[in-house]
Ligand binder design. Sequence first.
Ligand code: ADP
Length: 668
Amino acid sequence: MIKHNSTWEEKILDNSILDKETYEKMFNLASEILCVSYFSGRFKYVNSAFNDVFGYSRDEVEELNIFSIIHPDDKNILNNAILLAGEDGQNVVNLQFRHKCKDGNFKWISWNLKFDYAKGITYAAGNDISNRMDLEHTVYEGNEKLKAIIENISDALFISDSEGNYTTFNKSARDIFPSTFHNFNKIGDSLEENKYYDISGNLINHEDMPGFRILRGEKILGYRVMKINKSVTFYDIKGGPIYDDKGNFIAGVQCWNDVTEAVFHEKILQGQFDFLQNMIHNMDLPFVRFSCLDFRIMDINQKAINIIEGINHEMNSIDIVIGQKYTDIITWFDKDDMFKHFKMIKEKKERSYQSHKKLTVFGEKIFINSLYQPIFGLDGEISEVIVIVIDVTKEIKAKLELEKHLRMQEEFFVNISHELKTPLNVIYTTIQLFDLYRKNGSLIENQDKLEKYINVIKQNCHRQIKLVNNLVDLSKIQSGFFQLYLSNQNIVSVVEDIVQSVSEHIKANDISIVFDTNVEEKIIACDAEKIERVILNIISNGIKFTNPNGEIFINLLDKGDNVEIEVKDTGIGIDKEHVDNIFERFHQVDKSLSRNAEGSGIGLSLVKSIVELHGGKISVDSILGEGTIFKIELPARTVINEKVTEQIKTRSNKIEMINIEFSDIYAV
Ligand code: ADP
């Protein structure tokens, strides 16, 4: 036999029975776990992979029992397998169970087992499948979770196949049709017993219901339906078709959200909103809603438009103003002022007030107070700002009027004390002079001066009387006790007589007084004495404020229904600023105590009251530096029950009256 060098495979094959050492080497190279164990559980043989996977050394394996390292829940699997493997014992059984490793962790091993009943031995080859099992477990758990989520989400889920057959209803879906969902197999089945309406209240056709639309490939983003059977329920429906990688329709998903409660709340809110809108639009206060950040007008009522239009005529309707930015419509307004308030609200997040803002609306000055109220959104940020305006013009004007009045009253008291003191001082000084003459025995010697001094005393007494009379009358008028004694008089002679008396009296003053009339007699009801005072007062003012050589014209005109008495002078006139207020109590053009004419500022206010008590009117027209015209209109009517004063009118007391009225013209 020729011997030749053979390959190692040939050598192995030649030597048909391998020795134990070779087997062991081969087994230890394998990545599979190999082991041989007795039915009792003790190990006869394990390879290196066994030691590597489970962590037990060879010596430790000798002490181990297979059953002691199988997970308690899996022990029976092996027992049963040994029992049931089959009589012939030829079948290889594949089983998976968990083994406890040395570190205490369990590993999943997939075993191929073969049982040798004759020898009571199990041959096993296994793979560590822990990773795969973990993954499967995770997927399983994930699926379970997903199922649980789908089952329990509050939205009702209806899933159908491409034919429209329902494959899944979750719990909420079943709850919608508690007694009948078992009968629902296909999309449209529920339509038999329920009617669905859209938000406008129109019945929805079957083919327009979301289920059918999704089957046709449509995506439903938010479709509100109202379901009516025994009760009314609102649902918001979303959903759409699901396609596989190749674009085949695999499922239709509908998601129904019961929004009944929200709809009712919405309705209540809408009701409240409508009510609020109504209130805002009908309320008597100007109101504007601004969006926050860009401050555009979101809503405005007519009252506010009335103000805005008065400032900017183009902004004359709600439609035009809505959407405008505040800076665009109120360029004429103090926008910096408004900006300041908006900024303050944004920074401090609290309301802000503006008081006594002056505006010119339709050419008239008005005063407003404004409240800037922030409105907060759900995120806690300011979503809009409401501005409510209160017209305080009346209050402010009344306040200004009161202040003016108080100021005038103060000035009046200063003035009046001057007016009271001056004549008293003069009288007192003159009396002291008399006393001196008496004491030093020169009374007779100074006799020529005495008449002058006595006149001085008389005239200053008249000033005091005039002042006191005026003060008494003023307070009588104020308290309503001032009385007119009306009798039917020829007004022409009443006025003419007093003018006549005055012109005689003032000859020395170089001012001519001219009376004219278009009628000789005109009987009207009047209190002659009071009318005389009126005429005297106006003439005395004319004299006071007219330079020497000036003229005063008194014209009486019978105008039928009334009588007009005009007193015109060529004096200094009254400037525009004062002419409107000349009839107010205590009003004087020159308030300085050093003014050239004396007076208290009461005269014309009394004149006006007396004329008005007669049912007449008084007006003034004046040009500075040229002169002044007072015009009195008295109604031409008569009275049946005449009341005549008990005072007997003699010429001397008429002169006395003139002296009193004119006392401050010649003040010393
Ligand atoms: P008084 O007692 O101070 O004269 P009046 O009420 O009679 O008070 O007049 C008020 C003011 O009106 C006067 O102080 C004067 O400034 C102004 N006034 C009245 N009449 C005339 C006039 N004819 N010409 C110029 N100013 C006048």
